[in-house]
Design a binder for this molecule. Sequence first.
Ligand code: 6PG
Length: 474
Amino acid sequence: MQTARIGVTGLAVMGRNLARNLARHGHPVALHNRTAARTKALVEEFGDEGAFLPAETAEQFVASLERPRRLVIMVKAGAPTDAVIDEFAPLLESGDMIVDGGNAHFADTRRREAALRERGIHFVGTGISGGEEGALHGPSIMPGGSAESYEALGPLLEDIAANVDGTPCCTHVGPDGAGHFVKMVHNGIEYSDMQLIAESYDLLRHAAGLAPAEIAEVFRTWNTGRLESYLIEITAEVLAHTDAGTGKPFVDVVLDQAEQKGTGRWTVQTALDLGVPVGGIAEAVFARSVSGHAGLREASRNLPGPARSAVAGSGFADKVEKALYASKIVAYAQGFHEIQAGSAEYGWNIDAGAMAAIWRGGCIIRARFLDRIRAAYEADPATPTLLTDDHFAEALGDAQDAWRDVVATAARIGVPAPGFSTALAYYDSLRADRLPAALTQGQRDFFGAHTYRRVDRDGSFHTLWGGDRTEATA
Ligand code: 6PG
């Protein structure tokens, strides 16, 4: 009886395309789905792409896998993942591997990994980015779990991943939940990148008075330079598209309420717990949230403020390009800070440069820019922030005037630009000699005797605010 090298259960579009990708690379794949019709349809439609071993029951599926078994689950994150694990784990043996390729929360992955480890089963929480097309033609793959499981899985995953300059966009991220953590931050950065692009569009439209088709051309030009990326490329496509029914620009017929499935929110929640400032990602999540509050927006429509009139002259698009590049550097610096903080907190030992390297291809945030980040970490693996890397510091310096002008223009004419604004504020906060945090400390000490430290002596102090205002050592 032929055995499969790997099995995929959950054959919705991501699972189906991942199974096809594996088969196309010559790996016999066992197939299973809750409803057998999907399994049948896959084999009927794509059976000639490789060796598929369809199974109707969980038992058949497991029996068709070579040992140690590699079982990939591609189901909805949350309860469905636990249900599938409960179904399959009793059928597995010590040394077998369960790969969860969904967008699971890393804390769930840590819990599942610990529980399955006790039974001798490797649980490999794996981030997979690239959407449907990526899953089929080469995604970016971020596997967590044990180093031992990566030995058995790595070659297969690297085989089907995207490849940039001979390097597969897949590497062992680190133990237990590290892979899903990094995928979560990838998505947070994705939110931030998308928000900055959206603000660029909004400014070009309202401050420069350009039409969507003209803005598409601007993005096309940007995509030939340092901003070259998948997100910039598809932005041009979306903006150039005309709605067939109305003849209007497509972007004008879409309801302006952005949705989200939760990974951006998780990135911010986790950053709050870790104490990492990720304002760019937070503002991106909030911007989607504001857009969705239809009642709130309706009630506020007549509030006073400037009409969004076109004020910018020629050359404004170049300024927006600089503001976008600078803000993007900040967004990525914040995301990588979170990865390093998570790695330290959970003892994952994540190689930040390697994460930039595997995001160069396959994933949604793939970009020329990521090679710069990889190089920055190669030059200084312990750098506290990407902002101080020579290349990025120079770009930030060069963007200064334009960046400030764009933020000021947005504020003056009433175009919301939370992403650009928070990025600039973060930048200015980091480079400030003194921050007003000293005053905050004074207030805390005043109302709650929370104490403060001094610039000139070690120790903690409290001023007797309600008394003679002398200072006591706390
Ligand atoms: C990817 C994407 C993918 C998905 C997002 C969309 O890396 O392939 O990030 O995971 O498209 O979850 O997220 P929202 O629905 O929250 O925008």
